[in-house]
Design a protein around this ligand. Structure first.
Ligand code: SF4
Length: 214
């Protein structure tokens, strides 16, 4: 694998999402889900030129995350592609349900797909409620089959506890492994409190059973 000199985080200011996750930090802001596309001042080629490896001091690992669902950002595939064509590696945060945009990424040449990863937020209850669990699983497999990477991550939250066994069963059946877990913080506090009302030993008992190295 190439040596990467930098990690760049791109916050994509598109405030559109097809989900309404109960723990979403974006929904806690005074303004959220406005349905606004990012007003891009520069073209994909200009952004890629500004971030060329010679200027950054080498290759970079680049993370792209919208203020909503990243794959609902207009032309996001073109922006990411222009950077990957420069040799960089890309990670796109997504709920992986916007299949037409997933298809645009998967139509890239194989050598570019090999440097692409989807950080797949596995919003189990929203997917179940909207009948999209199989769409999510099918898209994960299409990403893997295309030679790109898909990392499956669950946000632990108290309402999900009764569904934890069901989620594990779905994951083993569809992915052959349990998903990773991220930690949800309570952004209303100044510390690093976990977003839970469970006692810590109970929180650890439930979510520790996933054995996620995250
Ligand atoms: S998919 Fe992401 S942005 Fe959309 S509601 Fe869920 S957590 Fe928020």
């Amino acid at each position: 694998m190439d040596k990467m000199e930098k990690m760049l985080l791109f916050a994509v200011p598109t405030s559109i999402c097809n989900f309404r996750c109960m723990y979403c930090y974006i929904a806690q802001r005074p303004v959220h889900y406005q349905g606004l596309q990012a007003d891009m001042k520069y073209s994909p080629e200009q952004v890629a030129y500004a971030c060329r490896p010679e200027r950054l001091g080498g290759l970079a690992y680049m993370n792209f995350c919208g203020e909503g669902e990243t794959l609902l950002s207009r032309d996001i595939d073109l922006y990411v592609r222009a950077l990957v064509e420069r040799g960089h590696y890309a990670e796109v945060v997504t709920n992986l349900t916007i299949t037409p945009m997933v298809n645009k990424f998967l139509a890239w040449p194989a050598e570019l797909r090999a440097r692409l990863e989807f950080k797949c937020s596995f919003h189990y209850m929203e997917l179940k409620k909207r009948g999209l669990l199989q769409t999510f699983a099918d898209n994960v497999h299409r990403v893997w089959d295309a030679g790109a990477s898909a990392n499956i991550e669950v946000t632990p939250h108290d309402e999900l506890v009764p569904y934890a066994d069901e989620l594990k069963e779905f994951s083993m059946k569809n992915f052959g492994a349990l998903p990773h877990l991220t930690i949800a913080r309570d952004d209303r506090t100044k510390g690093i409190d976990y977003l839970t009302s469970l006692p810590m030993d109970e929180y650890d008992r439930v979510w520790g059973s996933f054995d996620s190295e995250f």
